[in-house]
Design a protein around this ligand. Structure first.
Ligand code: AMP
Length: 429
């Protein structure tokens, strides 16, 4: 199948060929036709499958085919959970619309709102936004969603996980009822299905990879190791393997900082990315990693969500996530575009129950290896790592929230017992 055969306009085909894409990815093949036909779509797709082009290309096609309105209202809204994802989606929208007469903008929190509102005032057709800043500007009367024709909810599962349910509802309430809705999610919990039911109208369902399974091109392995020997082992693996682009996951922000510092001390260029870092520091770390200046990027789950790093060869779980779905998200960073990736997990005794949960979710046993000198501690307890007391307070900077009003919304959401299990550690993100 070719992009031409999907019926996309010449201007879009030109932009696609400029990007160097030759064949539509499976999710693009499945999602583009129903979106072009005007259907609501519910798509199961992880980052790395080409999902962004899967909704952006037909969205741009539709907008450019339909007549523009006089005052250039916002006609399409793409809602993303994190700033990084918003920035990446926007970059894609810009690239794909290069030869179209459509304007786009991105808004997220943590940065001055003035340049964002100035752009919106000039009129934009496509707006990419995180929920907090969107509602913030809306409540100040600085933007209107009353003329939205197409609404995209990207990474819906992460939206719920970050407590954005109420915010999503508010956004939906401020849009016209008659519109096309596209919803993308990597996992499909009961809550996601419920949300989809509330938003989508007779959706066409498309799937890139089977639900809750890991990408086949990824080779996965577990290193059983004593907790105190993990840092030494990861440094050995990266140094001896001579790996140059490694994404490492830790469970906590402090853990990410500590590990990154230890790597730097041992001569491996590394940077940490998490919710306590300023937007500038996060962008710089990511740029350094992408350009190859930084060998190792140490990230927490939420910070890493949406990172667009093509052909990432190595992902290492320095610690396993206690929410099994996060494992699938994490290793989805590798094995992209047909390239083989490697996902390694360093597992100590207290993570045994997390490992079991992951194996159950992905329905396979992960191969185990023990490296001489880095053996597991036979006397260590297999009692799970203690989760923090009470419910965790999410860092407000994550989803672009800059308004205290919105924080209280999220706190309210936390009372919703039907949501996915929360992680309970104050130092996460
Ligand atoms: P996404 O899943 O949208 O984050 O896309 C993952 C990566 O695949 C991005 O770097 C895209 O630029 C790239 N990509 C998207 N569609 C294609 C395609 N049809 N062929 C090759 N690469 C693509």
């Amino acid at each position: 199948m070719s992009f031409e055969s999907l019926g996309l306009s010449k201007a879009l085909l030109k932009a696609i060929s400029k990007k160097g894409y030759t064949t539509p990815s499976p999710i693009q093949q499945k999602a583009i036709p129903p979106v072009l036909e005007g259907h609501d779509v519910l798509a199961s797709a992880q980052t790395g499958t080409g999902k962004t082009a899967g909704f952006t290309l037909p969205l741009l096609h539709t907008l450019s085919e339909n007549p523009k309105q006089k005052f250039r209202p916002i006609r399409a809204l793409i809602l993303t959970p994190t700033r990084e994802l918003a920035a990446q989606v926007y970059a894609n929208v810009r690239e794909y619309s290069e030869f179209l007469n459509l304007r786009s903008a991105v808004i997220f929190g943590g940065v001055n709102q003035k340049p964002q509102t100035a752009t919106i005032r000039q009129g934009v057709d496509v707006l990419v936004a995180t929920p907090g800043r969107l509602l913030d500007l809306q409540s100040q009367g600085l933007l209107s969603l009353k003329r939205i024709e197409i609404f995209v909810l990207d990474e819906a599962d992460r939206m719920l996980d970050m407590g954005f349910l109420r915010d999503i509802q508010k956004v939906i309430d401020s849009m016209p009822e008659k519109r096309q809705n596209l919803m993308f999610s990597a996992t499909f919990s009961k809550d996601i299905k419920k949300l989809a039911h509330g938003i989508l109208n007779h959706p066409v369902q498309v799937e890139a990879t089977p639900e809750n399974t890991t990408v086949e091109a990824i080779s996965q392995k577990v290193y059983r190791v004593a907790k105190g020997l993990k840092t030494g082992l990861i440094i050995k693996l990266i140094s001896e393997g001579n790996w140059h682009q490694v994404l490492v996951f830790t469970r906590t922000k402090h853990g990410a900082n500590r590990l990154s510092e230890k790597m730097v001390k041992s001569g491996i260029t590394a940077a940490a990315i998490h919710g306590n870092k300023s937007q500038g520091a996060r962008t710089k770390a990511l740029a350094g990693f992408k350009s190859g200046k930084v060998r190792v990027l140490v990230a927490t789950d939420i910070a890493a969500r949406g990172l667009d790093i093509p052909l990432l060869p190595h992902v290492i779980n320095f610690e396993l996530p206690n929410v099994s779905e996060d494992y699938v998200h994490r290793i989805g960073r590798t094995g992209r575009a047909g390239a083989k990736g490697e996902a390694l997990s360093l597992v100590s005794a207290d993570e045994t129950s997390f490992l079991r949960g992951i194996e159950k979710l992905i329905d396979m046993k992960l191969p185990i290896e023990i490296i001489e000198g880095f053996e597991p501690d036979p006397n260590a307890s297999t009692a799970p790592i203690k989760q923090g007391q009470g419910r965790q307070r999410r860092n407000s900077s994550q989803g672009g929230h800059s308004h205290s009003k919105n924080n209280s919304n999220r706190n309210n959401n936390r009372g919703n017992k039907s949501r996915r299990p929360r992680r309970g550690n104050d130092h996460r993100n």
